[in-house]
Design a protein around this ligand. Sequence first.
Ligand code: TMP
Length: 196
Amino acid sequence: MLVTLEGIDGSGKTTVWEALRDARGDGYTFTREPTDSWYGEAVRRSEAERDADPLAELFLFTADHADHLSRVVRPALDRGDVVVSDRYSDSRYAYQGVALDGLVPRPMEYVRGVHQPWTRPPDVTLYFDVDPETGAARSGATNKFEQAEFLGRVRENFEQLVEYEPERFVRIDAAQPPEDVLEDAEDVLDRVLADE
Ligand code: TMP
């Protein structure tokens, strides 16, 4: 089973991912995008660059995803592991869907279309929902993706994705105190694993 954690910057999902990783052992693979491969490093260099070309950046993120799939995600799923990824393809649809605005028609659909023939869609996505002002304040607004205005538009894209596939997404109120967010995430994960 492939479980992904998604949300805007400052939604607290990485804290949850770390706590889950520390609490769960055998039978789980904890992973993330951007990855720590050289593809992931290229992505981080591009992110730090205010003037990076958004299309070039999309394909760096996408290359990192392709490598992540073949090197980590598919082998772990083949072993029968529960894979828990901190960010995955929905981050591309939501973030690059904003970053590519004006460069291609219907950017989010374009990015989804680029992935569709070869990606492995998540079975369940925990969507950590928080308002963009809180997200930007929590994340410190240090990179170009962490500004409240940008995050507001990313959040709209996440909402659109939830609307497309309501059965895949479970919304978690990420404005709650961190311990309550973690408790909700634990409950959701236990429920979906029990249902499997
Ligand atoms: P992180 O904060 O979870 O490490 O993610 C790094 C940043 O990269 C975050 O601002 C979200 C952004 N991002 C994208 O724009 N597209 C993607 O495909 C991914 C995985 C992350």
